[in-house]
Design a protein around this ligand. Sequence first.
Ligand code: SF4
Length: 310
Amino acid sequence: MSQIFGPVPSRRLGFSLGIDTVPYKTCSLDCIYCQVGRTTNKTIKRKEYISCHDILPGIEEILLKQKERIDYITFSGSGEPTLNSRMKTIINSIKKLASIPIAVLTNGTLLFQPETREELMEADLVIPSLDAVSEEVFKKVNRPHQSLRIDKIIDGLSDFSQEFKGKIWLEIMIVKGTNDSPQEIKRMAKAIEKIKLDKIQLNTVVRPPVEEFAQPVNLEDLKKIRRTLGEKCEIIAEFKRPNQEFYREDIEKGILTMVKRRPVTLLDISRASGIHQNEAIKYLNILKKEDQILTKVYRGRRYYSKKNSV
Ligand code: SF4
């Protein structure tokens, strides 16, 4: 499976060429709302999980032949990108190849380490997430690696925001009945005062989560939370740009044929169709919105099936 995917449309970044620097579900967290699946390797150990020699030639090839529009080159994917210990080398090498801005989507849990902060210094935009401020809520919503403490993570984010010269957009994912209490939101507002941010982006569970009990809040609740978090805070709108540029009917047809036969997981679809999970998710979300497929969690794994076949 290639570590490079897209360009895929993203709600925030336009058309984004994705780079996945770790193997499937290698992450320091196991968030209840994760759309990729349960974390199978929960770790804070940084190493060269995917060699930069396996990533850079692919990027170079795409950029040389570039036909499609690319608004951002984005580190994201099926786990936590900063767990890869060669982020700096990869970012610097891409900078030499193209002037396309580089974004890093991170759960921010390793930014308390000076060496991890240093790795991201040449990026243009970093989007860390922070879903909780109290330890108890952190454990509930993010199910972190046992060594992680939320106070230390917030201090790390604050240090990073003082050192980093690019833009920082903080993403907060609100899960109904888990991290949406007025007390937790007030604590959140206080904690983020010490982080230098360009934007705060409020999100909720709009894509099928790994845990069925991770439910979204409604728009009215999000608006209330936005008022508490202040003027930099915005609710992330659905992606609105026409998507014909990326949507391939052969892939859609392949997915529909697959889900018609038997319920399949995201990983099954990604492997069978040869596209990255993050790309497959875009198709599945469209098919779900069009009411063509059903999703169901069974023994901790989400399955997709054809609507009229069940
Ligand atoms: S949502 Fe992101 S940080 Fe959370 S488990 Fe999934 S990949 Fe890891």
